[in-house]
Design a protein around this ligand. Sequence first.
Ligand code: UDP
Length: 196
Amino acid sequence: RTRINILNVPIDVVTMKEALTVIEGFIADKSSSHLVATANAEMVMMAQSDKELANILRQADLVVPDGAGIVWAARYHGYKMPERVAGFDLAQAILARAATTGYRIFLLGGAPGIAARAKAVAESRYPGVNIVGTYHGFFQAADEAALLADIRARRPDVIFVALGVPKQEKWLWQHRKELSVPVAIGVGGTFDVMAG
Ligand code: UDP
């Protein structure tokens, strides 16, 4: 895989199909948790002043080129960047794949009720998809230990986390060991769009 840098943020040169293959490799390698980030211009700009975010992105296992600005900047610097890999589309591709493979999926984030609605939408759109749990994204610090234990007990292969950038990346990075979910992806407003 080729990894380029845009303003010191690493971006992997991958198509949607390649990103899905990499993610399926992470799922097969159950031994560790992999962070997947979807980079757009806003995230790259935020990382210029937010050192914690910048550090996390440098250690992420896969950073896909979400956003036309990223694709443009990569091409401007002379790199091949075949297409945008939008977070929403990547999430749909994983859910579609999960419907045939049986991957266990957890949805965390959004206002109360949104992740549950997104689960129902996913179940009708991708028959057979195994969504093993959902939880909203406005939990209190006091509830966090129970939430982490619940997620772990449901043994997801993939957790989608919609807490907004950079909260979702920071939360996933901070709790990656306790979660021990093979693939963790920050998906921003994806559940809101799915819920309609
Ligand atoms: N959100 C959340 N908890 C928070 C803050 C935000 O669950 O403490 C959710 C919010 O309800 C929305 C998502 O995070 O569903 C952020 O969506 P947005 O499109 O703003 O994401 P971004 O542009 O940051 O990727």
